[in-house]
Design a protein around this ligand. Structure first.
Ligand code: HEM
Length: 558
């Protein structure tokens, strides 16, 4: 008994000492804060309180802090140093004007080293110039943008849509319940990566083994990012990373990249021109998979279930999308002397003539985004003449707090309103209020590709099929009707800006009555430059985007 008491007493003294030490450190930290720096936001548990919040909720934690505080920008104390959190459109507008000193590039280096496993001389070549490197990684990223618009985009859309066609045809033969999340993940993973990597797509290796290993790696990045002897502390994801890297190195060494998309070719050629060894180019593709897939897959999933779970909305979307199909009769051997109807969905028309579907897509992104854009402060920077950001600190911009700002989105800012982007809003909105694809200097180059893919996937699924939830008890019954219960987001995922669901969602599928026996296909037509600017969204030539959207009658901005 005595020994139990003495253990309790010792533990109590130990905890009290740790707490005391933490309070002293926190006090010392606040004393070091320059009065011009954003105000300090203490955590309930000194020193590690914010870290615990971050580990629990990921980037969504920054949004929660913003929601509970009225400050446009503040400072929090993290074990790795000072972090500023900017959560108002007003301050983010100013931040974007300071893109030279508030840089994304050191983050690219962290990604290359910790998530790609690149070290030594190879890392030095990639590292940002401001930290003494050769700056090649930024060049590789810049090389992507031109190949993800115009002809390069069409070249990727063609195989991606061909794959979608095949996967969606297979659903006709699906007579047992299946997990809608895992199915969507597989369909989008293979369709996207076939488009990116071409006929020798590594994701298809060994019966899609690369795909399976990639998702295990992707969902366990935290300890790799922490980077303390990752071979021991992040054993599983470290092993997956190396396995994935080996396959990518093989793809590049064989020259398979020359048969891939313009995006892959441009990246690789730019790397070679800048003395980046082929092994390092290949290794970058491992975390590169998170760029291509980690947001597109959940966006496709949530957009789809946002529609399927609302019967009236589903009927409206079907009516809208059906109008853009062209229908032709084709002689059909299976139908004897009869002819088969061929229903063709033009990807460009879907993008420009379906304002409701496009609105639901944007609203899904707005309400589901939980990402914080990280920026590294390269030089002391003063915002609005009053907030000093000190060199060497990290700045986080949680998009979700901008997406919930009532001055920008009105009283229903937190509600999912499928019609939000179809109307001319009465609220005058800042261009940075919608920040799903980030902003200068790191605006997402893949947004056009992702937009086409998600709209085409969702538009075709809802037109062809009835999908309904199947509970475990009724999973094989064709008649039971279950209410949709959407899974919660997985806050533990560090890779995604649009969080994946936590858990399964079993559904059953059948071809819609009256829609059987048709042939379904997509058609790729190029976007006009005006149409492309529909997808410019936030921050990319903000003024131009706003003009084009207004001309096109899309109520994104006012
Ligand atoms: C719905 C799908 C997608 C969403 C929501 C999304 C979102 C984002 C966000 C929030 C950022 C960070 C920007 C910042 O920090 O300001 C980003 C960057 C990036 N994304 Fe995407 N993304 C999507 C699809 C894609 C696709 C399909 C690709 C590639 C084909 C891609 C490639 C990239 C790259 C390379 C960057 C880094 C840009 C830079 O450093 O300049 N993304 N994306």
């Amino acid at each position: 008994m005595d020994s139990v008491i003495s253990v309790l007493v010792r533990t109590g003294i130990g905890l009290a000492s740790v707490l005391l030490l933490a309070i002293v450190v926190e006090k010392a930290f606040s004393a070091r804060l320059d009065p011009r720096e954003p105000p300090l936001l203490p955590s309930k548990l000194p020193v590690i309180g914010h870290l615990i919040g971050f580990l629990r909720y990921g980037s969504a934690y920054y949004m929660q802090l913003c929601r509970n505080n009225d400050l446009p920008i503040y400072t929090i104390n993290m074990p790795n140093g000072k972090t500023y959190v900017a959560g108002s459109t007003q301050i983010v507008t100013v931040i974007q004007r300071n893109a030279k000193t508030l840089s994304f590039d050191p983050i690219l280096t962290i990604v290359a080293e910790r998530l790609g496993g690149i070290t030594g001389r190879h890392l030095h070549i990639l590292r940002e110039i401001e930290s003494g490197g050769d700056g090649a990684h930024r060049k590789l990223v810049h090389a992507m943008s031109p190949s993800l618009t115009g002809r390069g985009l069409d070249m990727m859309n063609t195989p991606m849509l061909k794959d979608l066609e095949g996967f969606l045809n297979e659903l006709e033969g699906q007579h047992v319940a299946f997990d809608l999340w895992k199915w969507t993940r597989h369909v989008i993973s293979i369709s996207s990566t076939d488009a990116v990597y071409g006929p020798e797509n590594p994701y298809r290796i060994d019966n899609d083994q690369y795909e399976a290993n990639f998702w295990t790696y992707e969902s366990n990045l935290t300890m790799l990012l922490v980077n303390v002897y990752p071979q021991y502390t992040a054993r599983e994801s470290y092993r997956q990373r190396e396995w994935l890297a080996e396959r990518m190195i093989d793809y590049y060494r064989r020259g398979a990249w020359k048969r891939g998309s313009l995006m892959v070719q441009n990246r690789c050629q730019t790397g070679l021109d800048n003395q980046v060894p082929i092994e390092a180019i290949a290794r970058l593709e491992v975390p590169g998979g998170t760029g291509i897939l980690s947001n597109t897959v959940p966006t496709a999933f949530w957009t789809l279930v946002n529609i399927l779970s609302r019967q009236t909305l589903l009927a409206e979307v079907r009516q809208e999308v059906e109008k853009v199909f062209t229908v032709e009769k084709q002689p059909d051997a299976d139908a004897g002397a009869g002819a088969k109807e061929v229903w063709t969905l033009d990807a460009a028309e879907l993008r420009t003539k379906c304002p409701l579907l496009f609105s639901i897509y944007q609203e899904t992104l707005r309400t589901r985004a939980s990402f914080a854009s990280p920026r590294y402060v390269l030089e002391d920077t003063v915002l609005e003449g009053r907030y000093l950001l000190k060199k060497g600190s990290i700045l986080q911009i949680p998009s979700a707090s901008l997406h919930n700002e009532r001055s920008q989105w009105g009283d229903g800012a937190q509600d999912f309103d499928p019609y939000r982007f179809t109307q001319k809003s009465m609220v005058k909105r800042s261009p940075v209020a919608f920040r799903v694809f980030g902003g200068a200097p790191a605006l997402c180059p893949g947004r056009h590709f992702a937009t086409v893919e998600v709209l085409c996937f969702v538009g075709m699924v809802v037109t062809r099929y009835d999908l309904s939830p199947a509970s475990a008890s009724a999973s094989t019954s064709a008649t039971a009707v279950e209410p949709w219960i959407l899974p919660p987001p997985n806050y533990g995922n560090m890779a995604a800006s649009i969080l994946p669901p936590l858990g399964d969602i079993a559904v059953k599928v059948s071809t819609r009555k009256g829609y059987e026996g048709r042939k379904w296909q997509y058609k790729v037509t190029s976007l006009s430059s005006e149409e492309e600017s529909l997808f410019a969204l936030a921050s990319e030539g903000v003024e131009n985007a706003q003009d084009s959207l207004t001309r096109a009658g899309v109520g994104l901005w006012k």
